[in-house]
Design a binder for this molecule. Structure first.
Ligand SMILES: Cc1cc2nc3c(=O)[nH]c(=O)nc-3n(C[C@H](O)[C@H](O)[C@H](O)COP(=O)(O)O)c2cc1C
Length: 188
């Protein structure tokens, strides 16, 4: 079957629509990107996260976390970050580049906090900060602590590198929404 993504505008529209679906659909193939940040000493850091929302209009991706995690300190020091998405079925990789801001209060933060399931509240409610060394696995968390620790990470994406390997021979495109730049095909 021929690949319907034959124009850069079609690739742009497909990526934004696929991420919008992933942001609101548990189990969607692009639901679990890897978020890359830079540590204080310049190390490339990366971890899997859940895409909690994506706006195709603003190209803002939403991630939820505990504000005590190292990634928050990293993003506060250097907001530049990368989100790598991979769909094993479509054989697509999307590398999205942008800048993050961290939100810990306000009406949108309140609305997001209200959406957290009771079970997931525990993700933001450990007694000690995530990554703290323990002598045995942590057994309990106090959901009452979640409000204090919950943070939204909002990544404003202005560039994407999209690689699709099937149908063969596949293609690679560079999407660039920055003023003065544009989209282009590039060598796989
Ligand atoms: C499937 C999966 C989904 C995850 N989703 C999130 C998430 O949405 N937010 C988050 O902060 N950590 C999430 N994690 C945990 C992170 O990968 C990471 O271990 C944790 O956030 C600590 O990262 P840091 O020490 O680099 O800040 C997830 C891990 C897995 C395996």
């Amino acid at each position: 079957m021929p690949d319907p993504l034959q124009t850069l505008d079609a690739v742009d529209a497909w990526c934004l629509a696929a991420l919008e679906v992933a942001g609101c659909t548990p189990g969607a193939p692009l639901r679990w990107p890897v978020l890359g940040t830079v540590s204080a000493d310049g190390m490339a850091m990366a971890r899997t996260v859940v895409l909690r929302g994506f706006s195709p209009q603003t190209r803002v991706a939403e991630i939820w976390t505990d504000r005590r995690t190292p990634k928050i300190a990293e993003l506060r020091q250097d907001p530049r970050c990368t989100l790598v998405f991979f769909d094993a079925y479509a054989q697509v990789q999307i590398r999205a580049y942008g800048a993050a801001r961290v939100e810990t209060q306000g009406s949108d933060w309140e609305a997001a906090f209200a959406r957290i399931s009771p079970g997931d509240l525990l993700n933001y409610a450990t007694r000690m900060p995530p990554g703290s060394v323990l002598s045995e696995p942590e057994a309990s968390a106090d959901p009452g602590m979640a409000r204090e620790n919950f943070a939204r990470i909002l990544v404003s994406i202005d560039q994407m590198d999209v690689l699709k390997l099937v149908p063969r021979p596949g293609w690679r495109a560079r999407l660039d929404w920055r003023p003065g730049y544009g989209h282009s095909w590039c060598v796989r």
